[in-house]
Write a protein that binds this ligand. Sequence first.
Ligand code: BTX
Length: 327
Amino acid sequence: MKATLKNEIIKRLVEADGKPISGQQLADEFGISRTAIWKHMKQLQEKGYDFETVKKRGYILTATPDTVDDAKITVALETEKFGHRIIYEESMTSTQTIAHNQAQDGASEGTIVICEEQTAGRGRMMREWKSTKGKGIWMSVIFRPEIPPYEAPQFTLVAAVALTKAIDDVTGVRPEIKWPNDLLIQGKKCTGILTELQADPDRVNAIIMGIGINVNHEQADFDEEIKDIATSLKIVSGKHIDRAALVARILYYLEIYSAQYVKEGFEPIKSEWESYSCTIGSRIRATTLQDVFIGKAIGITKDGVLELQLDDGTIKGIYSADITLEK
Ligand code: BTX
């Protein structure tokens, strides 16, 4: 079955808001036979959607699955272009790998790749990213900004603001941003961002942004290696979260903030970033590829560079590092 038609049928039934729609009406609207509609409904049932059939009057949608499939996201979307093309599979190696291939093949801005489970999810520097089945948001978003490659790290900061706002809207819990790419709640990591590039020396062709969010994990869903450092939105909010609705909200803010960034730069977003940050004002240890620096994080520049005041009073600009809090 064509994914888009399946999505349209579900969307139509959601919009009907509990009123039945007949098989004939759906058949007429989508230009296919009633038997074809019936077959689609059967396949949707196999995917976890359910319908009440009211005699002679038609179908009412009564249940949707707890997934991030394309139909569920489409129904919740409020964007102009982000999320209008969704590549969804239950299991993927890494959404990043697939999104890179899609971007190389010309996929447009706002295309997303999303799954229920990653078998080879990755973080920065090829670290492993644990992606438990059916519990999180494991997604890559393709951007096509007209910016030079050296500005791309700022995209991570812009995305962190978008994610923080979306999580706050949907769950009522506001994470803190740990520079550059983590969101924490009560000091534990709930979200990681991985910004990768396809670029020529002077021009970005695509940014492939990987977003991993622990959403409906119980404490027992975390492996030994991360159980003390990770948390989920369900653990902290006490609520089961509709992951597809959260994806839609994330795309809403990513569309707004990325457009603003490309037009006006990071500066107008900087104060919002700072208000969500748990890094600024703290004494931290920054481990870069070459060195370790310890000092007080005093701010970020208008270009998103972290400013560290070292113990001898000098200010060091940190472009990329892993940071931990120092006592
Ligand atoms: P990072 O390198 O900053 O963080 C990776 C580290 O985080 C790991 O070494 C581990 O200690 C810890 N970790 C691993 N899994 C989890 C988890 N589920 N929750 C909390 N902590 C964890 C952060 O990299 C960027 C992660 C991006 C993940 C997305 S998911 C969709 C996309 N596809 C893909 O393969 N990666 C991205």
